[in-house]
Design a protein around this ligand. Structure first.
Ligand code: SF4
Length: 56
């Protein structure tokens, strides 16, 4: 996965916080939410994830 820019990291952090407040799953709005793109065991119900990247 690509290295993220600072602004992108900030946007993703804000989205993570909003999803947490809404009690949802990060995967629902993550661009890697597909078996071929993400092999993490917590998908599709991740509550926290270092690789979360918001869908554009
Ligand atoms: S990278 Fe993390 S947030 Fe994104 S789909 Fe995979 S487990 Fe979910």
């Amino acid at each position: 996965m690509k290295k993220k820019g600072l602004l992108k990291q900030l946007k993703d952090s804000v989205m993570k916080l909003l999803i947490k407040l809404d009690d949802g799953f990060l995967c629902d709005t993550c661009r890697y939410n597909h078996p071929t793109s993400c092999s993490r065991p917590e998908r599709p119900n991740a509550k926290s994830c270092e690789e979360y990247t918001r869908k554009t």
